[in-house]
Design a protein around this ligand. Structure first.
Ligand code: CO
Length: 195
């Protein structure tokens, strides 16, 4: 299984190179983490959180799922959000989508893909809510716009959560950011802040 051995070999090289640059790196990180950012992004392999914002291990707390959804009954996402806000006391929550998202594209189609259809139903709801605007568009433009609308909706879902509302009531300073990433040029776009 050379494809697996490659990863283990890469890991040794990476750990050694990191130690060579900063001998205290792992020792410091093993004792605590105090990331300033929470990242809620898509599982897409082309949108790796740390890499695209050039941050090191320890700098960003990450939750990823298909199409970067924040669903109010998803205890996985809510647990990440609660831990990040209450315990780690992150200062920024970044909801990051990306153009060309397969989840968004699938939600615009009628094909049945199995269990994931239930997850994508959340995106179909957003499309229904913005039906008139989306009806004017087609093809890539339509998918791109729904990618944007989805990010902003998920950021609003963060803002509507009891976790965020309680934190704001306590006077905690947290900003929510809606970002979208382009697979074509590797650049992020800021769509909205604190919506
Ligand atoms: Co995606």
């Amino acid at each position: 299984m050379p494809e697996i051995q490659r990863l283990l070999d890469n890991n040794i090289q990476w750990a050694d190179a990191t130690m060579a640059r900063d001998p205290e790196f792992f020792d410091t990180l093993s004792k605590q983490q105090s990331p300033m950012y929470l990242w809620i992004g898509c599982s897409d392999s082309r949108v790796p959180a740390n890499q695209i914002v050039d941050l090191l291990p320890g700098d960003i707390f990450v939750h990823r799922n298909v199409a970067n959804l924040v669903v109010h009954t998803d205890f996985n996402c809510l647990s990440v959000l609660q831990y990040a806000v209450d315990v780690l006391q992150v200062k920024h929550i970044i909801v990051c989508g990306h153009y060309g998202c397969g989840g968004i594209d699938a939600a615009l189609g009628d094909e049945s893909l199995g269990l994931i259809d239930n997850w994508l139903a959340h995106i179909k709801d957003i499309a229904a809510l913005h039906h008139d605007e989306l009806a004017e568009l087609s093809g890539e433009a339509k998918t791109s716009r729904l990618c944007e609308l989805n990010v902003m909706t998920q950021a609003k879902n963060v803002a509507k959560s009891s976790i965020y509302k309680d934190a704001i009531q306590r006077g905690q300073a947290i900003k929510i950011h809606s970002w979208i990433y382009s697979l074509r040029n590797g650049k992020l776009k800021n769509l909205a802040e604190n919506i």
